[in-house]
Design a protein around this ligand. Sequence first.
Ligand code: NAD
Ligand code: GLY
Length: 369
Amino acid sequence: MTIVPVALGDRAYDILIEDGALDDAGSHLACFARRGRFLIVTDETVAGAQLPRLEGSLEAAGLAVDAIVLPPGEATKSWTQLAALTDAMLARGIERSDNVVALGGGVIGDLVGFAAAIMKRGCGFVQVPTSLLAQVDSSVGGKTAINSPAGKNLVGAFHQPSFVLIDPTTLDTLPPREVRAGYAEVVKYGLIDDPAFFAWCETEGAALLAGEPAARAHAIARSVSAKAAIVADDERETTGRRALLNLGHTFGHALEAETGFSDRLLHGEAVAAGMALAFRFSAAQGLCPATDAARVGTHLAAAGLPTTLAAAGVVASGETLVAHMAHDKKMEGGRLPFLLARGIGETYLAKDVALGDVAAFLDMELAAA
Ligand code: NAD
Ligand code: GLY
């Protein structure tokens, strides 16, 4: 068992990582129950694959369990589902001292976290992430949100969970494409500031993707430790350190917008292509060795992730893609901070990038496809 603390003063919490932890959730979570009861929120797919394990464990520990099951998919991060969920929580008498359990991927975690943030001005919640993306990224750090017609994650709040319980064996039922998409966020930590971890990914990534338990556990622990340190240092993304976690996201966001935020391109796939583009753009600007950019693209492609516009299924012009970027919520006074790299493990926040240069680079990428 690995425990990673998130040092946030009166909002501090632990992340527990252990194969089989879901079957022992009764003992891990009992202290977070109010009057011996838990409300679990999950989606239909995860309910079929993992809910019985969690319910069984909680009930075996003498806890009463109720579950709300929502439709799977990004569309669930909506006002409609938020309204239905908060109504259902109120109907069940949820109080501030309750900890609602979010069992699922990033969609369930983000939605339940936001519902908890606004429920009676803030109730507790526990994250039980079941996708690789959620286990290495979204369940930690307290960013919660729903989407609006104006864009993704535009309505939300910072609201930290009370506890994060990660059972890597839940990934056994996750479709391989979703595992690969989550792997992009694992690689991201190496690219940000940990070249040794990127090198580990190059040698052990295939084992992780194949579900090898030691590789999986190592990657999750290393990822959440990196994220916990960044969140403890810059919880609300004010100093720029937490912004490093957005590596690949500005390019990726444009690709997701162009593909309609749909199954055509999963979030993690967009991040993979976005990171490869960010490194090649950095190389094209003379900031980063071309060999590092090539190494990044080679590894992500070997993991079965898209690294080019063509592989991401995008044929739009640079101008069109940059227009999507201009809607990014990180825009500040008409300027968009960009994450660039001086090399593998040397990501930095650039504030002086001309969007025209980005558009010209993307046109070259499109022409090269
Ligand atoms: P998701 O929650 O839609 O899960 C992906 C798919 O896998 C869904 O169909 C889900 O039902 C299924 N699934 C999940 N766990 C499973 C399991 N163990 N077995 C079988 N099926 C399973 O998507 P995601 O990739 O987990 O998360 C993406 C979301 O996370 C996006 O909305 C993104 O904006 C958000 N996100 C948030 C943060 C944050 O810091 N809050 C960070 C990164 C991404
Ligand atoms: N996934 C980006 C963040 O949590 O800040």
